[in-house]
Structure formats: structure tokens, C-alpha cells
Ligand binder design. Structure first.
Ligand code: CP
Length: 304
């Protein structure tokens, strides 16, 4: 049995195959509508979510399967003191696969040790979010027609933004990828990602606080929200939350085929006047999430 805890759990060939299957699902949805008849997905969300939980549930329903689960820890027996490991052992009796989100880094890994069914990490604290990364990869492939030869700007909360950490880890495996890391000093990319992923793989990168400095070089601009829930001090959050607000004016020097991504939810970091720009791909990105999760469920349940 295989779990998906970190994007590195998937080889580049496996990712390419998931993207291929997701594209086929987009083109031929009816072909897949009974692939998971009789199967059950449990979504255990100990932290809030809109896209990840509902796209997983929509994915399983679109495959003919069923869903069960909870959307907050307070409605589960964890609120009575039950451990995550015990919860997972029990839920494994009721379903075939589990997608789990938890505020503590490493919780899905701990859960996977005792689980009798495959576990998918649907986001663990400020650590990883592998299925968002699969969504991002499918989006880039569909919007840019390639996953190599890209200059990617990552902007905002690079410290706590788990989607950024997973995306860097994944993109480092493709050819000729360069990163522009755009953040205030307080929200810079953690050293463990900089040294352990970027420098270890000899990936070219630079750091700046100015969102416009390298705008004309970017193929992808990946905006992120300042992660309020990870701050210890509210005053720091208030000081930093509106550090970047992307608007039409800031896009003046951007390429005509720039792809603007955001894992969402958005707070203030992209002005709504950007939404009608054809380069704004973030709502299409949310839609791609359902298809790649369908492909992932099929793979993890070994459905042909
Ligand atoms: N992108 C993402 O993880 O969104 P949710 O928090 O709404 O699931």
C-alpha cells in the first residue's frame, strides 16, 4: 500500500502519468464515471478547507464512489482526546482511502504508519500540500504546454506557504527551471527548502522584496496569501498581510503569456481587477484540482 505524504513520494514518471490521465478525464469524463463504483473516500479535515476537501469529494463522486468524513476536528472524537492514530485506524474500517488535512506538520505521516488504507496528505501545517502541487503542475502543463524551461516567481508568504514548498520540490526535477523568490524579510523561504532543495539541486534562484523587479522575466507568477493561522503574533500578521497587492498596474511589464496562479483562498494579494485578465489562471487552476485528484484516487486505489 502506498501513501502520498510528500510530492517526492511520486516519481516524475508517475506525475507525468497522473497528468496524462487527468487530461483524458477532462476530454472523456463519461469513460471514468463508474471506475470507483462501491468505493469510499473519507475526508478527515482537522483544519478548514474549501477547494481541497470539496474537490476530493467531487472527484470521488464523479468516479461513481461515495464520500464520508468531517470538516472540523470539533465534530470528531479527537475533541474528546482521541489520538490521530486511533482515529485513522478506526476510519480505515469504514472506507477504502483517506484524504487528511491537519494543522500539525507530519500528522499525515504519523497517521500513515498505523493506517490500513492509503492516506493522502491534504495539507499539514506549514509543511507540504502535495495534491495542490499536482493541481499546479496540471495547470502549468495545460496553460503553458510544458513543465520545463520556466522562470517562476513565487510571491508572498514563502515561509509558511506549504504550497510553495511542495511546488519548489516538484519543479526542481524539471529542466531549466529558475525561481524568483519575492517576499518581505520576515516571510522568506525557509533555509531547509533553500539549502536542502534549491541549492542541493543546483537550481538558479534570486530573492527580492520588489514584485515588479523581475516581472518582465516571469513565465509563471505564483501569488500566495499571508498565512494568518501560522502567526504567533497578530501585530506581525497585520503589518505584513497587505505587503503585496497585485493589480493591473503592476502587470504592465509582464509577458503577454504570463500565467498568474494562486492556490486560493485569496484575501487581498490579488486585486479583483486582475480577474478578467486572460493571464489570471487561478480559478481555472481550482477547476483542474478536481481532475488531478480523480486521477490520483484511481492510481492509489489501483483502478485500471
Ligand atoms: N488551495 C487550498 O488548499 O485551498 P483550501 O484551503 O480551500 O482547501
Amino acid at each position: 500500500m502506498k501513501h502520498l505524504i510528500d510530492i517526492k513520494d511520486l516519481s516524475i514518471e508517475e506525475i507525468d502519468n497522473l497528468i496524462k490521465v487527468a487530461k483524458d478525464i477532462i476530454a472523456n469524463p463519461e469513460k471514468y464515471s463508474h471506475k470507483c463504483d462501491g468505493k469510499k473516500l473519507a475526508t478527515l479535515f482537522f483544519e478548514p478547507s474549501t477547494r481541497t476537501r470539496l474537490s476530493f469529494e467531487s472527484a470521488m463522486l464523479s468516479l461513481g464512489g461515495n464520500v464520508l468524513g468531517f470538516s472540523e476536528a470539533s465534530s470528531s472524537s479527537v475533541s474528546k482526546g482521541e489520538s490521530v492514530s486511533d482515529t485513522i485506524r478506526v476510519v480505515g474500517c469504514y472506507c477504502d482511502i483517506i484524504a487528511m488535512r491537519h494543522p500539525k506538520e507530519g500528522a499525515p505521516f504519523v497517521a500513515s504508519i498505523k493506517s490500513t488504507v492509503p492516506i493522502i496528505n491534504a495539507g499539514d501545517g506549514g509543511h507540504n500540500h502535495p495534491t495542490q502541487t499536482l493541481t499546479d503542475l496540471l495547470t502549468i502543463e495545460c496553460e503553458k504546454n510544458r513543465l520545463d524551461n520556466l522562470t517562476i516567481g513565487l510571491c508572498g508568504d514563502l515561509k509558511f506557504g506549504r504550497t510553495v514548498h511542495s511546488l519548489i520540490t516538484a519543479m526542481c526535477r524539471y529542466k531549466n527551471i529558475k525561481f524568483v523568490l519575492i517576499s518581505p524579510d520576515e516571510l522568506k523561504l525557509p533555509e531547509y527548502v533553500k539549502k536542502g532543495v534549491l541549492e542541493k539541486n543546483n537550481i538558479e534562484y534570486c530573492e527580492t522584496k520588489d514584485i515588479e523587479e523581475y516581472m518582465g522575466d516571469l513565465d509563471i507568477l505564483y501569488m500566495t496569501r499571508v498565512q494568518k493561522e501560522r502567526f504567533f503574533n497578530e501585530a506581525d500578521y497585520i503589518r505584513l498581510k497587505d505587503y503585496y497587492i497585485l493589480n493591473k498596474n503592476k502587470l504592465k511589464k509582464a509577458k503577454k503569456d504570463l500565467c498568474i496562479l494562486h492556490p486560493l483562498p485569496r484575501v487581498n494579494e490579488i486585486s479583483t481587477d486582475v480577474d478578467d485578465d486572460p493571464r489570471a489562471c487561478y480559478f481555472r487552476q481550482a477547476n483542474y484540482g478536481r481532475y488531478i485528484r480523480m486521477a490520483l484516487i484511481l492510481k492509489m486505489l489501483e483502478v485500471k
